[in-house]
Design a protein. Structure first.
Length: 450
């Protein structure tokens, strides 16, 4: 045989031998069962990594969407400023590009009491029109009412997505500072045992300080006009809305406003942070983005995502170790062939390439199948979940708890490419190790007993 054909790196001769060894039956010295197991293990590892990361991305986007839907994107602290200066500031902010709305707000802690139960709550004063414009809160109430109307004609159609939302925002703040409306979350309503139309007594905690200590502040009763359920325990359990004038009266904040809330057309974390920093650099009062206000949540999501990615990637590495065993067993079975190849002119590097291609093909088969399954499961997660629920007769992801019809999965192609590329590098490394051992075989020793 022409030596140039044998020595050509990754040439037709080396590719032919690698594919021939892959296709050989086990009784003829082909691949062992461990090699098939390694392919299955890599497939499952890559599939789990892509699917898990897609679901975590989906939950992350759901959580962030709740935050940017419920809270202002940028909050300016305007305490101590006169009303005229704040109004002029808001007019200037409304003219800036990318600003959707600018509104004054007020916040404070209060003790809520009803039917012998008491609990702390964060009260947010907001203008009625601004609350109605908050799609996350308003839609959680209107969607619930629409579902109840649908259930009256077709009970089976009630999905229970907003089972605890109730009431209406139509009368919220209609009487100005004398308005007695309050809008609370579903979890807080359940904790106090109240519903729409019930009365709640709010006692603000910043009363005058006396020789006996801090005295209770002013108290006032409010009627629950609406109950929202946005699907985030932090808001459903610990947030309530009052008309802005009523909140200022409750907390005895007569001059100006405590905060100015800004909503942006692009609420991305970096964009909101850059906008807040720009306002601060211009000499405006301290501005804080939603990312900074919720830094604990954002940091926890990033850490959790990175740790989960690391753990699952370690699983991929562990399953790839089986490639070493499979190729080593193939090398042992093909020791005679290796000796013959060396005697007819094959180099050590040529032997390395042959068995490296064999192991790499095994690994890439698992990676390719795993990537395909992961992408398909992430795209069609909803019908797959509903099929399994119908098959098993159980609800895997209760909609009335998570406010989601199915598991949220957000596929990021950059992440798929990262997983596929990293898995390929791992399988390549695992293939090189036994291939180098094959190249060190002594042809004389291998043929001595043949």
């Amino acid at each position: 045989m022409d030596a140039r054909v044998i020595e050509r790196p990754f040439g037709s001769f080396e590719r032919m031998l690698a594919l021939r060894y892959l296709g050989a039956k086990r009784e003829h010295g082909g691949l062992a069962l461990i090699s098939i197991v390694s392919v299955i293990g890599i497939t499952l590892g890559v599939w789990a990594l892509i699917l898990t990361m897609s679901i975590m991305n989906g939950f992350r986007l759901e959580l962030i969407s709740k935050i940017i839907g419920f809270e202002p994107h940028v909050l300016i602290d305007t305490r101590g400023l006169p009303t005229e200066q704040i109004d002029a500031m808001m007019e200037d902010l409304r003219t800036r590009p990318g600003v959707v709305s600018v509104s004054p707000t007020s916040e404070g802690m209060a003790l809520a009491s009803a039917y012998g139960r008491s609990d702390g709550i964060q009260v947010r004063g907001i203008r009625p029109d601004d609350l109605r414009a908050n799609e996350l809160v308003a839609h959680s109430i209107t969607d619930a009412m629409e579902q109840r109307m649908l259930a009256m004609t077709n009970p089976e159609a009630l999905s229970g997505r907003y089972p605890q939302a109730d009431g209406s925002l139509e009368t919220f703040g209609a009487d100005g500072a004398m308005s007695d409306n309050i809008v609370i979350g579903a979890a807080f309503a359940s904790a106090l045992g109240v519903g729409v139309g019930d009365r709640i007594k709010l006692t603000q905690s910043n009363g005058p300080r006396t020789v006996m200590g801090q005295s209770p502040g002013s108290s006032r009763e409010f009627i629950v006009s609406a109950i929202f359920h946005v699907g985030n325990e932090r808001y459903d359990r610990y947030a309530a809305f009052l008309p802005l004038d009523a909140a200022k009266a409750l907390f005895r904040y007569d001059e100006g406003y405590q905060n100015v809330s800004i909503r942006l057309a692009n609420p991305d974390a970096d964009a909101a942070e850059a906008f807040a920093n720009k306002l601060t650099s211009e000499g405006l009062p301290y501005a804080e983005s939603w990312k900074r206000r919720n830094g604990t949540y954002v940091t926890a999501l990033i850490v959790e995502r990175n740790v989960m990615r690391l753990i699952l990637f370690i699983v991929v590495i562990i399953t790839s170790l089986n490639i070493i065993t499979g190729v080593l067993m193939l090398v042992k079975n093909k020791a005679r062939d290796i000796a013959i190849l060396r005697t007819i002119g094959a180099t050590r590097s040529g032997v390395v390439r042959i068995f490296m291609m064999t192991g790499t093909i095994l690994g890439m088969s698992g990676v390719a199948i795993g990537v395909g399954l992961g992408v398909l499961f992430a795209i069609f997660i909803a019908p797959i979940q509903h099929f399994l629920e119908g098959l098993l007769g159980v609800q895997l992801f209760p909609a009335d708890i998570y406010m989601l019809d199915s598991l949220p999965a957000q596929l990021q192609w950059s992440e798929v490419a990262w997983v596929g590329g990293a898995a390929f590098v791992v399988t390549l490394i695992m293939s090189i190790i036994p291939s180098m051992w094959a190249a060190r075989l002594n042809p004389v020793e291998a043929l001595r007993f043949e």
